[in-house]
Design a protein around this ligand. Sequence first.
Ligand code: UDP
Length: 302
Amino acid sequence: MDNLITGDLRNIEPLFKLKEFEFYHHDVSRFLHVPGKLDYILHFASPASPIDYLRIPIQTLKVGSLGTHNCLGLAMAKRARILVASTSEVYGDPTVHPQTEEYWGNVNPVGPRGVYDEAKRFQEAMTMAYHTAHGLETRIARIFNTYGPRMRLNDGRVLPAFIGQALRGEDLTVFGDGSQTRSFCYVDDLIEGIYRLLLSDYSHPMNLGNPEEITIAQFAEEIIKLTGTTQKVVYRSLPKDDPTQRQPDIAKAKSILGWEPKVSRAQGLKITYQYFRSLSREEWYRKEHKDFEDYSRRPSVE
Ligand code: UDP
């Protein structure tokens, strides 16, 4: 189920020929109904790139809150286990490093990132309340920066931004002085972690990410080496409330799920670069993903 506000049907095209596969074009912020039995629900609906949630702030708040409420209601009705996608953004600009699940975070509720951070914090509170009040089987994954093939080249996040710039022969734009850190997890590792968490019996929030930390300036240098671009790094102003450091403490995932990332950044970046390079020139130069359709203003179809 997807309203395709940031998603792309082409990513799931091969699945349509499977008879076990069904797709609903629907916004989970609105009333949700699925016929038949459900064993598991994985609620991943939300814009996740800062430029997306700045562009569609109200929808971001709605999907984390109302969308989560609808998914929890569906899980109750179907007696299904539900896993919700939370985020390292619940830690805001963290003063504890690396971030453990016990840290409560440092979030500006009315800053530009507040719409995403607070929606996800509300999502966690709501999910935990359904667990304690209704005994619903819930799982909460706090996902750190993740990357891999099929990201949108123009979604604004740092990895597609740098690779896109290198492919088009543009300079790489580092925001601020580039001393802020991130820790990037390859998508296959993350999926394995999510699957193990879903099948575990752990209902408290769990960090999932790759603890290998790097500054954004170093990351730009890595992309320059990887792509062989002759372009240089240029510095742009730092967005407001941009977290200065981010690194998951994954001790819990290691001990409870027996999970840790296996794909190095060098391996993951190589695969991801090959994917972006294989796209058409038209894709490289595409500015807007698609025109934004405001679902909240459309008449209800229920
Ligand atoms: N960033 C950058 N240049 C870009 C895009 C992002 O220097 O063209 C920085 C951004 O300011 C942040 C980091 O890269 O410090 C990661 O940004 P991203 O948007 O990928 O996600 P975030 O981790 O901030 O949610």
